[in-house]
Design a protein around this ligand. Structure first.
Ligand code: LLP
Length: 385
């Protein structure tokens, strides 16, 4: 990881709040994942961190991309991902997005509904092959917002409808297999046992399927990758399938930190550290109650005590951490919020006309600004009047 003196230097040079990504850490994660699943086809879920420099590093390591919007598709292409290494998913594929995907002869498409297939079926399809997304209707034991595999969620199709759609696609020779994404921050291997129990019948019903896309969603930190690999490899071998995975968070989360400076301290019932970063820079604590490791840059002195790390905006949810154990913190000190390389900047907003942070990339000895901090004029640049 990026050492403390480099982080001090980055805060000095680029200001705060600033996201810092360690490209070598991302490359190491790719190597680790390939070690666990050597034959799998990796498609990075671009939504986790769409920063151009990060995407170029991922594409440069030969990892494909999972995209769900026109913006993600263009970003991935721009970063050098070849069209055949792109997988288009998501419930919102519309005519324009499909037209563009056909034009580039995209490699894989995950169909979320029969209605999507209606928009695809009459297109001049060349190399594109299709997966049918199954809703496994299970409890992925994660936060409600992240439980995309729950029966009540909008994603994929229940078994009977998935079989019907798959049969339609197979009829024209374009079916590659099925896709299941159980949810995000999934940590229990039982979830996969349930998924494979469901997939057996689906795969047994079709011959000559080539792929199994088991999604992403591996929790950070400490997903039990070897137990996962055992299960997915056993299933894939049984049906002669190549495994596709769509990791987002597990490739980039731990490679990113958010540097923020304490601008005020208030004592009262609780000790509030008012920082220059809040929910508009890092939404996860407010939206999911997520807890990110927070530390004082450079260590510190004194007994650790519980303190709240609050943001600069005007609502209670504008908070990065509650009861965080920190040593003595003074005004002007720098704090490091960890595990924010995924869904950090990606979900930052201009709420309250917040100026989104800078993104800095460290690659060995090189330190580079990947995206500058926004200026007030960026806020109205797109306005007509
Ligand atoms: N594949 C599909 C079909 C997905 O929907 C997702 C994430 C992924 C792969 C990648 O999942 P990952 O490996 O990153 O967990 N904003 C939330 C996460 C939402 C994830 C949505 N789908 C958060 O901050 O936790």
């Amino acid at each position: 990881m990026v050492d403390d003196s480099t982080l001090f230097h980055i805060a000095e040079r680029f200001g705060t709040p600033t996201y810092v990504y360690d490209l070598e850490a991302i490359r190491r994660q790719i190597v680790t994942l390939r070690g666990v699943l050597p034959d799998a086809d990796l498609r990075y879920a671009v939504k986790a961190n769409p920063c151009g420099t990060v995407l170029r590093a991922v594409a440069g390591a030969g990892v494909g991309a999972e995209v769900i919007t026109a913006g993600e598709l263009e970003r991935a292409l721009r970063a050098g991902t070849p069209p055949e290494r792109l997988l288009l998913g998501g419930p919102g594929q519309d005519r324009d997005l499909i037209t563009r995907a056909v034009e580039i002869d995209i490699g894989l498409v995950s169909l979320d509904s029969a209605s999507q297939w209606e928009l695809w079926r009459d297109r001049p399809i060349r190399s594109t092959r299709f997966l049918v997304r199954v809703n496994p209707g299970l409890d992925p034991r994660t936060h409600d917002h992240l439980a995309t595999g729950a029966a009540s969620s909008k994603f994929g199709l229940p078994r009977a409808e998935a079989t019907e759609l798959a049969a339609d696609v197979a009829k024209v020779g374009l079916l590659a297999g099925f896709h299941v994404h159980a949810g995000s921050q999934v940590s229990s291997l039982d979830v996969y046992d349930e998924i494979f129990a469901l997939l057996i019948d689906l795969y047994a019903g079709f011959s000559d399927l080539a792929l199994l896309n088991i999604g992403g969603g591996f929790t950070v930190p400490c997903f039990p990758f070897s137990g996962f690999a055992e299960r997915v490899v056993a299933f894939a071998e049984r049906f002669g399938l190549r495994i596709v995975i769509e990791p987002g968070r597990s490739l980039v989360a731990e490679a990113g930190v958010l540097l923020t400076r304490v601008i005020h301290i208030k004592e009262g019932e609780r000790r509030h550290l008012i920082a220059d970063a809040g929910m508009a820079d890092l939404l996860r604590p407010a939206l999911y109650g997520a807890s990110h490791p927070i530390r004082l840059l450079g260590g510190g002195r004194g007994e650790p005590r519980a303190q709240d790390l609050d943001g600069p905006l005007c609502e209670n949810a504008d908070r990065l951490g509650q009861d965080v154990l920190l040593p003595v913190v003074d005004r002007g000190d720098l704090l490091v919020v960890g595990e924010v390389g995924a869904y950090g900047y990606a979900m930052a907003s201009n709420y309250a006309s917040n100026l989104r942070p800078a993104e800095v990339v460290v690659d060995g000895p090189s330190i580079a600004l990947a995206r500058r901090r926004e200026k007030p004029e960026d806020l109205w640049r797109l306005e007509g009047g």
